[in-house]
Design a protein around this ligand. Structure first.
Ligand code: MRU
Length: 346
């Protein structure tokens, strides 16, 4: 089966693969304006840090089309307003903000140079989509050297093609190792409460023909204690260059703690666009989602009526638990991130 595209642009509309209904149904939601894209990001029709960044870029392309006939200053103001709505959808993944800022600065350049605004914004969104796949392939190649033939790798959540435009970050590392002819077995924690592991990662690995099993989240440390895990590779929503902290799906911290206790190398795979070179930990908002996601399973309530829940979507892993960060610029230690900024010119 051919890999499904997370999102694509056709006839001035954005088609978004509806990840809420995978793996049982394959359907696309069509966004005709930036508000539709904002809704798709917020309700997790599209999810995963790089994918929501590129979706937001296309959201701005939809907004730019509607500025036709306005004077350049008014058109830029419209775009700014659309950007504010898109920024307010999910607060934690830095790729969302990175992508919006990149498109806005391209829009400003277009206005200064007297170019067609809508064309310039759409081209930039397309470029970002293409770059995403290229960058992930490079991350995959850089990470594959850490995966030996016969390795049993644990991942978390879904950091695959579905979380990006294609190929994936953590799953990209696994894909690349398999493409090099290595035998790899993957443990897939289900990832409560939204079950991205059980629903999405297993769907991708099944499609790619990569051997794997789904485990309940609380099984992970037990497998590590028995020496049955050789390596952990997860994705990230934001990596703080100022301190080396890694922010990723809630439950990542438990994996990192267990991996370190039992001597299993713990790696993070992410593009440079996931690195926040500016903010420190207190300045980052950790998304809290509707408590019903925890209190219900598939829309059916499991806790007694009236009971409340805590539903942080992400957690923070301290740098000392992270063996390395696999980027398109190579594998680096959390304390080398600031130096990368100079090298990468970002
Ligand atoms: O809430 P989600 O499903 O958007 O969270 C996704 C993750 O935590 C991924 O690990 C992260 O975005 C990296 S995706 C390449």
């Amino acid at each position: 089966m051919k890999e499904l595209r997370t999102l694509y642009w056709k006839a001035s509309k954005l088609y978004v693969l509806d990840q809420r209904v995978l793996p049982h149904r394959v359907r696309y939601v069509v966004a005709v304006d930036y508000r539709g894209v904002a809704r798709a990001i917020k309700d997790m029709t599209v999810r995963g840090a790089p994918a929501i960044g590129v979706a937001a870029a296309y959201g701005l392309a939809l907004a730019a089309v509607r500025t036709k006939g306005l004077n350049p200053q008014r058109a830029l103001e419209r775009l700014q307003r659309a950007a504010d709505v898109l920024r307010s959808t999910r607060p934690t993944a830095v790729n969302l903000f990175w992508a919006i800022d990149r498109v806005l600065s391209r829009a400003e350049r277009a206005v200064t140079n007297g170019e067609n605004l809508a064309d310039a914004v759409l081209e930039e969104a397309h470029r970002m989509a293409e770059e995403d796949v290229e960058v992930n392939r490079t991350i995959g190649r850089n990470g594959a050297q850490l995966v030996r033939d016969g390795a049993r790798v644990m991942t978390y959540c879904n950091a695959g093609a579905l979380a990006t435009v294609g190929y994936g970050t953590a799953l990209g590392v696994i894909r690349a190792a398999v493409e090099q002819g290595k035998r790899v077995f993957v443990y897939v924690p289900e990832t409560r409460p939204k079950l991205q592991g059980a629903r999405l990662t297993s769907f991708e690995l099944k499609t790619a023909g990569i051997e794997h099993k789904v485990i309940s989240d609380n099984t992970a440390p037990f497998l590590m204690s028995r020496g049955e895990v050789d390596l952990v590779v997860v994705g990230a929503d934001r990596i703080l260059a100022t301190s080396g902290h890694v922010i990723n799906k809630i439950g990542t911290l438990s994996l990192a703690l267990a991996a370190n206790y039992f001597g299993v190398p713990f790696y993070v795979a992410a593009p440079v666009s996931t690195i926040d070179f500016v903010r420190s930990l207190p300045q980052v908002k950790i998304e809290e989602r509707d408590e019903r996601e925890v209190l219900e399973v598939s829309g059916k309530r499991i806790a007694p009526r009236g009971v409340r829940a805590i539903n942080y979507a992400f957690d923070v892993t301290p740098p000392e638990l992270v063996r390395g960060i696999i980027t398109e610029r190579g594998v680096i230690r959390p304390d080398e991130l600031m130096a990368l900024r100079e090298r990468a010119g970002v």
